[in-house]
Design a protein around this ligand. Structure first.
Ligand SMILES: [Zn+2]
Length: 122
């Protein structure tokens, strides 16, 4: 269950972005999660709701993009999506080498509600 710590880090980045832009709140964020990380997107959302409660990120809509793990065939020199329970290239059957694709866990973008232009309070 490493989702809690990771989600905490994500919330921290979101709040930092909000501060840097003097935003009123964080309205949404796009998260990229690789298949190899074994992170369950559902638990990230769950932890996010808990951690973000009472902060500027509360209620932000989290959209999670999962990235399928890719292997590289040394023979065909192409990447292929790792088949379930197998590491073989679907084209030639050669054992593929792991790539970095599928290990992702990062914030792709943060949507902020800008407080500066509003300026309604005299
Ligand atoms: Zn191949």
């Amino acid at each position: 269950m490493h989702e809690y710590g990771l989600t905490k880090g994500i919330v921290k980045i979101m709040l930092k972005a909000a501060d840097e832009h003097q935003a009123l709140r964080v309205t949404g964020a796009r998260l990229v999660v690789g298949e190899n990380t074994s992170i369950i997107p559902g638990s990230v959302q769950l932890y996010f709701d808990q951690i973000a409660k009472g902060t500027k990120a509360e209620g932000a809509v989290l959209s999670i993009r999962t990235v399928k793990a890719e292997m590289r065939c040394p023979l065909c020199e192409t990447n292929f999506i790792r088949p379930r329970f197998s590491f073989e290239c679907p084209a030639c059957g050669t054992l593929g080498n792991p790539t970095q694709i599928g290990n992702e866990f990062y914030l792709e973008s943060v949507e902020l509600e800008d407080g500066k232009e509003e300026g309604g309070i005299p």
